[in-house]
Design a protein around this ligand. Structure first.
Ligand code: GLN
Length: 226
C-alpha cells in the first residue's frame, strides 16, 4: 500500500553505487563539533555518517562500549531489526546503549531503528530490542518490499515545507503508550514520526534522499545537550 501522491521505486535502486567509502571518521568539521555515533552492526550506516557530517557533527561508527562512551548522540539506522537486536546482544551493547538512552542520550532511530527502540511490537513473537520508546510498532506495516515508496511529508518541528523521504518495508506506530510521546507526522492516519524526551524515531529513511533537515535538527539537539 502506497499513499496517494507517492512514487514507487525498485528495491535497491537508491543504494547502487553509493556505498563506496567513508573517510569522515574522526574528522569533524570543527574540534568542538558534537560526536554523533551511528550504531554500525548492520544496516544503512554510511548514509547516516555522511548526513551527520554534512550537518556539522563528528560522525563515528559505534560497534563497542568504548565507541559508545565517546558519543553525545546516537543514530540507530534502518536495516533488519531482528539482526540489529541480536547483534546488540552479541556485541555486549544492549545494556550499555539502553542505559545511555534512559540516562538521556539524544537518540534518533530510523525504520528498523524505530522498531529496535519501540517498547512494544504488534506481533506474536518477541525480538531483542532496546525498548526505550513509549510506542507500539508494527513491522512491514505498509506491505512488502515492492510497496517501498517516496513521499513528500509535512513533519512537525521541521521548517521549510514538506520533506522528501523514502519508506522501505517501513513500520508504523499502532499505539502511543505514554503521555509524553509527540506525533510529528502521519501517513494515512498512522504515526510515522514520533518524539519522546531525547528520542526521535521515523518510519522512513531520511538519510538517502538528500534532505538533511531532520539530521540537522538532531545534531542541534545533541549540541545543546552535550
Ligand atoms: N522491515 C525491516 C524490519 O522489520 C525494516 C526495514 C528498514 O529498516 N528499511 O526490521
Amino acid at each position: 500500500m502506497s499513499p496517494p501522491g507517492s512514487r514507487a521505486w525498485t528495491p535497491g535502486e537508491r543504494l547502487v553505487g553509493r556505498v563506496a567509502s567513508w573517510d569522515g571518521d574522526d574528522r569533524g568539521p570543527a574540534s568542538d563539533a558534537p560526536v554523533v555515533g551511528v550504531l554500525a552492526l548492520q544496516g544503512d550506516v554510511l548514509e547516516h555518517l555522511r548526513a551527520l557530517h554534512r550537518c556539522g557533527a563528528q560522525a563515528i561508527r559505534v560497534r563497542t562500549p568504548a565507541d559508545l562512551a565517546r558519543v553525545h548522540g546516537l543514530v540507530v539506522p534502518g536495516g533488519e531489526s531482528t539482526t540489529i537486536g541480536r547483534l546488540l546482544e552479541r556485541f555486549g551493547l544492549m545494556g550499555p546503549v539502553r542505559g545511555r538512552i534512559v540516562a538521556g542520550l539524544p537518540t534518533f532511530g530510523t525504520c528498523a531503528g524505530m522498531i529496535v527502540l519501540s517498547r512494544e511490537l504488534d506481533q506474536e513473537f518477541d525480538q531483542p530490542r532496546l525498548a526505550t520508546l513509549g510506542v507500539r510498532t508494527r513491522r512491514n506495516a505498509f506491505g512488502r518490499q515492492v510497496s517501498s515508496f517516496d513521499v513528500s511529508l509535512d513533519v512537525k518541528g521541521i521548517d521549510g515545507g514538506p520533506m522528501d523521504v523514502a519508506f522501505i518495508r517501513a513500520p508504523w506506530v499502532t499505539q502511543v503508550l505514554d503521555d509524553d510521546v509527540d506525533v510529528w507526522a502521519e501517513v494515512d492516519g498512522h504515526p510515522v514520526v514520533v518524539a519522546q524526551r531525547a528520542m526521535l524515531a521515523t518510519s522512513f529513511h531520511p538519510e538517502i534522499t538528500g534532505d538533511d533537515r531532520l539530521h540537522a535538527w538532531f545534531v542541534e539537539q545533541v549540541r545543546a545537550a552535550a
